[in-house]
Design a protein around this ligand. Structure first.
Ligand SMILES: O=C(O)CCC(=O)C(=O)O
Ligand SMILES: [Fe+2]
Length: 322
């Protein structure tokens, strides 16, 4: 029957540029200047492993993404095929729901174009200290009253199928996030601990403590709640310890995350012990640059218009925060 025909959703990864007019793109250095991070903000990232309070979107832009998010949370089976990962409830406990999906940018125009949001691109360039690509995006959504945890973890423990470590995470609130609805927490300075093993993302919040020494456990007590208004972001280093507690409040706590990597990042999949988790990811060959349409370049510093601006703004020395 005619009506039974299923049309495949368009794969927006075919577009390596913004496709809508949701995020106005600066055309001059003067227009970029408003997004430049200060030396103090870069210093805070170097010392603490994160920097917070950076506005990426207006309330109207957040509303638009939240409208798309409703659709993504009940994606069709065809749409689900575009995601690298899609779990309605990562925790498996119906009283602790964590919606977690990777790849929304391939499905709806707002999430596609968000990765070109100029405030995001300038800050990420300064923090990474080099041109960079999209690695992938993520959605982390906790409903009101029965929202689950994101257990303490370091992002790079999940990313050792790429090398070298020159990655950056940007967490952006789609709701006002506070202690009561399960905001993110950071452990300042934990990015200097080195790489720890995977201890799980959605089950036991405190599982990581099994692999910490006494000094690290003491530093843990200094964790900081990352309360943010919607549309605002924090950026964190790939080794910064972070996690978020359950949401028993009357408000949801939704967030979108952009994970970037230096433009010459290579595949490191040979011998990777969790290949099953990569089944829906693009092919990533050992020692080959992760390039092509799934890993678009988001900031290229060779633009002549930007040359002067980029030479006088603070930029992290590459790898200096390791
Ligand atoms: O949204 C959360 O609670 C977790 C986010 C996270 O793990 C990340 O931004 O890397
Ligand atoms: Fe994370």
């Amino acid at each position: 029957m005619e009506n039974d025909k299923v049309t495949s959703p368009a794969d927006l990864a075919n577009f390596s540029n913004p496709i809508a007019s949701i995020f106005a793109q600066p055309t001059t250095a003067a227009e970029w200047e408003q997004y430049v991070l200060t030396e103090d903000q870069l210093h805070s990232f170097r010392e603490n492993g994160y920097v917070a309070g950076i506005r990426i979107m207006s309330e109207e832009q957040v509303d638009l993404l939240n409208t798309e998010l409703v659709r993504l949370q009940s994606a069709t089976s065809e749409e689900k095929k575009l995601f690298y990962h899609y779990e309605r409830n990562e925790s498996e406990d119906p009283d602790k729901v964590l919606f977690h999906a990777i790849g929304a940018w391939r499905v709806t125009p707002g999430f596609h174009d968000l990765i070109w949001a100029p405030a995001y691109r300038m800050a990420a360039y300064q923090l990474l200290g080099q041109p960079f690509r999209l690695f992938h995006d993520q959605l982390f959504c906790k409903p009101a009253r029965h929202g689950g945890v994101v257990a303490w973890h370091q992002d790079f423990s999940y990313w050792t199928f790429t090398k070298p470590m020159n990655h950056l995470t940007c967490w952006i609130g789609l709701d006002d996030a506070s202690v009561e609805n399960g905001c993110l927490y950071y452990v300042p300075g934990s990015h200097k601990w080195g790489l720890l093993p995977i201890t799980g993302l959605a089950g036991d919040m405190e599982a990581v403590k099994q692999v910490l020494d006494d000094d690290q456990k003491a530093v843990f007590e200094k964790k900081v709640a990352n309360e943010l208004k919607k549309g605002y972001a924090s950026f964190h280093h790939p080794l910064t310890m972070h996690g978020s507690y359950a949401n028993y409040s009357e408000r949801s706590r939704r967030a979108v995350v952009i994970n970037a990597m230096g433009h010459e990042t290579l595949g490191n999949t040979a011998g990777y012990e969790r290949l099953d988790a990569l089944a829906a990811f693009p092919a990533m060959e050992q020692d080959q640059v992760l390039d092509g349409r799934f890993f678009p370049v988001l900031f290229d510093d060779s633009d002549p218009e930007l040359k002067d601006l980029l030479s006088r703004i603070p930029v992290q020395f590459q790898n200096s925060v390791k």
